[in-house]
Write a protein that binds this ligand. Sequence first.
Ligand SMILES: Nc1ncnc2c1ncn2[C@@H]1O[C@H](COP(=O)(O)OP(=O)(O)OP(=O)(O)O)[C@@H](O)[C@H]1O
Ligand SMILES: [Mg+2]
Length: 266
Amino acid sequence: MSEDTAPAALGTPGAAPGQGGNVPIVRAEGLTKTHHGEGTPVHAVRGVDLTVQPGEFVAVTGPSGAGKSTLLHLIGGLERPDSGRLWLDGRRVDEYREARWAMLRRRSIGIVFQFFNLVSDLTVADNIELPALLAGASPRAARDSRAELLAELGLEGRERSMPGELSGGEQQRVALARALVNHPALLLADEPAGSLDSKGTREVLRLLSRFHQRGQTIVLVTHDARMASAADRVISFFDGRIADDATLGAGRRTAGGVSGVLELKE
Ligand SMILES: Nc1ncnc2c1ncn2[C@@H]1O[C@H](COP(=O)(O)OP(=O)(O)OP(=O)(O)O)[C@@H](O)[C@H]1O
Ligand SMILES: [Mg+2]
């Protein structure tokens, strides 16, 4: 087994003291990323310093092309920075190679995208169980976790369905289950409701808020002000940089944060 199984690995939400303490889940210093496509190079991320504490729910908003997805990809190791440093739960990860990142993601980072990215020829059950099995869970444990999550997400009875037989909102809930099946320390979500109608959006928001209330750390990229307002903290991203970083008032959550979200009308 690799050292990724050692106690220093990213903990589960609410991990025991010593597995996190005050160590930020995410710490980035001077991250930069330039895309070299067909035309002129695009400086998508231009020197980002960011710290996310365990249990925080951070929304990243900003105009199209600001670099939000690129930033999220850097944090999840889907893209490598050109410069800067990145720590996840106190471990320096920016120099990890792909295999190591893959292992880290499998165990400790859940990722949800706009277009679900479910494996279309696997059943709902298999889509959710697969990451658990890949992370070393027994078939029985994977099954139990999958059943628990499907019940939680209101999808009992759909385990044998194929993704194509589900609505967009249902597929996104399956994608959320898949992302959460290994109890990741960090959930990264990139426009998770971007392709859904307002009912689907509310559902995703309600679920994210519920998992957050239980201690899940979430970094959410969204255009949607309603979704952003469910977070503890809203980062405005503009032209590859953090333009504003606002922690929403402590009273707000009790005053109407999560419960207010549940009451949002279309
Ligand atoms: N693989 C790539 N190759 C070339 N350019 C890219 C690539 N990915 C992103 N870009 C460019 O980098 C900039 C930032 O893109 P990014 O996807 O991070 O923005 P975004 O804030 O997520 O936008 P949106 O809100 O539209 O999703 C854009 O100008 C985009 O065209
Ligand atoms: Mg994007």
